[in-house]
Design a protein around this ligand. Structure first.
Ligand SMILES: [Zn+2]
Length: 194
C-alpha cells in the first residue's frame, strides 16, 4: 500500500510513564532482531514496520509505534489497559506511544481467548505467493491503523493462527510468542522455497 505513515489514528491517555516489566519483553527483543535480519521489519513509509504484543493480567503489552523493531529496548514497550474503538482512545502506561495497530491486537485478544501473543511483520515473500500457499487473507485493502482493518483481520482470521493482510503484511497469533514466532518463520520459509 502506498499510504504514508502519519502516526496513530487514535489518542492515548497515559496513566503513568513507567514502561511495563515482563520477561516476555526480552523474547520480543530477540524475535525483533531475528525477523529484522530476515528482512521482515523494514523501515518504510516514514516509520518502522511490524509490531509485537502479549497478553497479561492487566490487558496486553505492545511495542511502541515508529521505533525500529530490529533494535528494541525495554522502554519501547507499552502496557495497554483499555481500548475504546468507538471514541478511538487507548488507555496505557509507558513512556512512548503504542503501535498504530493497537486496535487490531485489542480485537484479537478480546475475541480469541486462546491467543496470548500477536505478531505482525511485513513479509513480502508471503504476500507475493499467498494464493499459491493457500493461506487465509483479509477481504480487502484498508488504510493502516483503522478499525476497518482491525475488523477485517479478526473476521478473516476466524479460528486460524496466521493470515495475510492484503497489500500490507502478515499476522501470526499463538498461545505464546514462541508459537506465533514459529508460524512467521515457517510460512516465510515456505514462501521463499515454493
Ligand atoms: Zn504493518
Amino acid at each position: 500500500m502506498e499510504e504514508k505513515y502519519v502516526g496513530r489514528k487514535f489518542r492515548t491517555e497515559f496513566r503513568s510513564d513507567t514502561p511495563p516489566e515482563d520477561s516476555r519483553i526480552y523474547e520480543i527483543i530477540d524475535l525483533g532482531m531475528r525477523f529484522s535480519k530476515m528482512g521482515l521489519l523494514p523501515a518504510e513509509k516514514g516509520g518502522h514496520a511490524g509490531n509485537f504484543s502479549f497478553r497479561n493480567n492487566r490487558g496486553f503489552v505492545i511495542t511502541a509505534g515508529g521505533v525500529d523493531k530490529g533494535s528494541l529496548k525495554p522502554n519501547d514497550f507499552v502496557q495497554v489497559l483499555r481500548c475504546n474503538t468507538d471514541i478511538k482512545k487507548v488507555t496505557a502506561e509507558g513512556s512512548k506511544q503504542p503501535s498504530s495497530e493497537t486496535f487490531a491486537h485489542h480485537l484479537i485478544y478480546s475475541e480469541r481467548l486462546d491467543v496470548n501473543a500477536v505478531i505482525h511483520v511485513h513479509d513480502s515473500a508471503v504476500l507475493e505467493k499467498m494464493d499459491k500457499l493457500k493461506i487465509k487473507k483479509t477481504e480487502k485493502r484498508h488504510p493502516y491503523g483503522t478499525i476497518e482493518l482491525a475488523e477485517d483481520i479478526l473476521k478473516s482470521l476466524g479460528k486460524a493462527k496466521y493470515i495475510a493482510v492484503r497489500g500490507h503484511g502478515v499476522i501470526a497469533v499463538g498461545k505464546s510468542l514462541w508459537e506465533a514466532g514459529k508460524l512467521v518463520e515457517t510460512w516465510h520459509n515456505a514462501a521463499v522455497h515454493i
